[in-house]
Design a protein around this ligand. Structure first.
Ligand SMILES: [Zn+2]
Length: 331
């Protein structure tokens, strides 16, 4: 009997929220970046999110992030603070860190209403990994998925920063391959993507939509989508309105974007590589609030209405099963 109330989300920036001073153990409403936050541990539970990939996301210094890093050591310190946050949440019973396929399945299948949220650690932007030897430290701490870029990093071109892998990036991808970890292609510049997949082919895109519909380098080109399919990878759909509907900007009415617009991305990707390579990578705590999500989404549990739009034979797959199957055999 399928449990229709459960969801796997491949991209949440939980510890980043804590770093920004938001307490996920406290009730909503809370504000985030001047908008209305939608994610806390209670709303995740109510929505049926049983497990997710949670990021270690060190952010470069900018006007938005004056506390951000400049050097690799500063990036490492930020990521270590986020790792500590996940460990504290685990001690408090809010989350359970999952580091293997068997742990994931055990967590998934023996779940009760009070169970903690399962979290697989994903590093978004690899600058906190000081060198390939340091990757072994992060691996021991539970890191299983690595995205080389956010914007440009020491390792590769990224969003709004075209370019390939640096020599250090080539070296790091080899080290990631040697540990058989997963690479996250979201945020990667396209040139870097093609150089990366020459070296290691265990590749997902945790939170990316289709560039054919949103023509920026933050989304995946059709060629990249096909390649991820050929490599037996997975793609997580993002719930950020600017990544769903072309021309949507902050300040525009929430009404302008709907779940049906995100379904068009899903159908496009499914047309290239099939429904069984699609899941959710919502990013719903990634620096934007309720105001910049589809109109149907007023509470996290409204995610269910998106899955209702997915063709019935593919629905359970997109909601949780595709990620679960992939991760169970891959991490
Ligand atoms: Zn991101």
């Amino acid at each position: 009997m399928l449990d229709w109330s459960v969801i796997f989300d491949a991209h949440l920036d939980l510890a980043f929220n804590a770093a920004e001073g938001r307490d996920l153990t406290r009730p909503l409403p809370q504000s985030m970046n001047g908008e209305t936050a939608i994610v806390n541990f209670e709303s995740l539970k109510q929505a049926g999110v049983r497990a997710c990939m949670g990021t270690l996301w060190a952010y470069p210094r900018s006007t938005d992030h004056p506390q951000g890093y400049v050097t690799a050591q500063e990036a490492r310190t930020l990521a270590l603070e986020q790792l500590d946050q996940y460990l504290r949440w685990q001690d408090q019973g809010h989350i359970r860190l999952l580091t293997s396929g068997s742990e994931l399945l055990e967590h998934w299948n023996n779940h009760d209403a009070d169970a903690p949220l399962g979290v697989i650690l994903l590093m978004e932007g690899a600058d906190p990994i000081v060198d390939p030897a340091d990757l072994q430290f992060w691996h021991r701490e539970g890191l299983r998925v690595v995205g080389l870029a956010w914007e440009r990093t020491r390792y590769s071109g990224g969003t709004n920063a075209p370019g390939g892998l640096t020599p250090e990036g080539v070296e790091l991808v080899h080290a990631i391959r040697d540990l058989n970890l997963t690479l996250d292609a979201s945020h990667l510049a396209e040139q870097a993507f093609w150089e990366m997949v020459e070296i290691h082919q265990k590749v997902i895109a945790s939170h990316s939509n289709a560039q054919a519909l949103i023509p920026t380098d933050r989304q995946l080109s059709d060629a990249m989508i096909r390649k991820i399919g050929e490599m037996d990878g997975m793609i997580g759909l993002v719930m950020f309105s600017s990544f769903i509907k072309k021309g949507f900007k902050r300040g525009m009415p929430k009404q302008d974007v709907g779940f049906a617009d995100l379904l068009v991305h899903a159908e496009h990707i499914a047309g290239l590589i099939g429904w069984n390579r699609i899941g959710l990578g919502s990013d719903l705590d990634g620096g934007f609030g309720l105001e910049r999500t589809p109109r149907e989404l007023l509470h996290l549990k409204d995610l269910e209405q998106f899955f209702q739009l997915v063709p019935e034979p593919a629905r359970a797959g997109v909601q949780f099963q595709n990620w679960l199957t992939w991760l169970a055999r891959s991490i």
